[in-house]
Design a protein around this ligand. Structure first.
Ligand code: MG
Ligand code: FE
Length: 168
């Protein structure tokens, strides 16, 4: 059971780092979305959701991680996938940012699924609804990005055709 608990706390810490990183990447992207108001509004909503997710994970960690310097270890530690996607998020071209966002949301979905399974094994019943809510928000965001990929791409291409600054 000790080994399981160790994995659990490590995955919980990783999830918190993932959310902090999501905030950094989305805030950066938001500053470049002035020509995509629909996408911009949805991303602003998800930034608010993500702030709440990060806070909910921080609270869970407080009660479950015995290490005193938990948050010091966690903050600023990018996940490997996040590092790989960082360049795409930072790219001026909004299409690359949307593809990176979609991929990141899918990783978040998987991370919460793993946490739900592990919490179930450990009978940590109070944590499960937190993970379930976060998972639902990630899935909704992934679905929204996918459903709007056609619209976003067409806006991008139309701006390019019209000679407008297409990279934004
Ligand atoms: Mg999230
Ligand atoms: Fe997310």
């Amino acid at each position: 059971m000790d080994d399981i608990r160790e994995h659990y706390v490590a995955w919980l810490r990783d999830a918190h780092a993932m959310e902090e990183q999501a905030l950094t990447m989305m805030r950066g992207m938001l500053s470049r979305l002035e020509n995509y108001p629909v996408l911009c509004a949805r991303m602003e909503q998800h930034v608010a959701e993500t702030e709440r997710q990060a806070e909910s994970l921080r609270k869970l960690l407080e009660g479950r991680d015995s290490g005193a310097s938990v948050m010091k270890d966690t903050l600023g530690k990018a996940t490997a996938l996040g590092q790989a996607l960082g360049g795409m998020f930072a790219d001026d071209e909004v299409i690359k940012g949307v593809m990176a966002s979609y991929t990141f949301e899918q990783m978040e979905v998987a991370a919460y699924k793993v946490l739900i399974s592990t919490a179930a094994v450990l009978e940590d019943t109070t944590a499960i609804p937190v993970f379930e809510q976060n998972l639902a928000e990630e899935q909704d965001m992934a679905d929204w990005l996918f459903d709007h990929l056609d619209q976003t791409t067409r806006i991008f291409l139309a701006r390019d055709e019209a000679g407008l600054p297409a990279r934004r």
